[in-house]
Design a protein around this ligand. Structure first.
Ligand code: SAH
Length: 187
């Protein structure tokens, strides 16, 4: 996170380092730094160099850039975001960070699409992060997780839980509820 300056990802640069979520337009928010770091820590064992990462509801692109740096030149990070303007803005922002060269080399890509469907093309993934709250766990995302892989996803409507989905090596899915959270909805 220290390599990716938040000032490129927020609308008001002077607020970049406040530990709060900030509105970025189109009903989206960039999560607070403590939520970004919390999710990254839950996913740390699955974002080693060479790993493949899917970041759903990539929004500002901040975490997409950090994931890109974590998995490096041998890894691959796919961001999926439904709002085209945010995708364009996130690509411009990522290019201004040390993750920019990974985008130039195609190791980081961001698509405009419905994240509930995941991204079949790059599947299966070692790590799936979802940055918007799903009413129910999207089946396509569970399917696109590698055996041994982990997904972190907020689930719920009014009351949301941050849920960890571990796909065990035998394909069994294990669900752990972490903490109560508040995210914008996955629509
Ligand atoms: N991790 C991002 C979170 C952005 S807010 C960040 O910190 O910047 C959640 C994002 O999910 C919003 O940008 C919203 O447009 C997007 N989103 C909501 N439903 C979606 C869907 N079905 N497919 C893709 N993106 C979606």
């Amino acid at each position: 996170m220290s390599q990716v300056d938040r000032k490129f990802f927020v609308p008001i640069a002077k607020n970049a380092y406040k530990d709060v979520a900030q509105v970025i337009g189109y009903g989206a928010t960039i999560s607070a730094p403590h939520m970004h770091s919390y999710c990254l820590s839950l996913l740390a064992d699955h974002t080693k160099p060479g790993a493949s990462v899917l970041d759903i509801g990539s929004g500002s692109g901040y975490l997409t850039a950090v994931f890109g740096l974590m998995v490096g030149e041998t890894g691959r990070t796919v961001g999926v975001e439904r709002i085209p303007e945010l995708v364009k803005r996130s690509i411009d922002a990522i290019k201004q960070t040390p993750a920019g060269h990974l985008m130039d080399k195609g190791r980081i890509v961001v698509h405009v699409a419905d994240g509930k469907l995941g991204n079949e093309e790059g599947a299966p993934y070692d790590c799936i992060h979802v940055g918007a709250a799903a009413a129910e766990l999207p089946e396509a995302l569970v399917q696109q997780l590698k055996p041994g892989g982990r997904m972190v996803i907020p689930v719920g409507t009014d009351n949301q839980d941050l849920v960890i989905i571990d796909k065990l090596l035998d394909g069994t899915v294990k669900k752990t509820i972490e903490i109560g959270v508040r995210y914008v909805p996955l629509v």
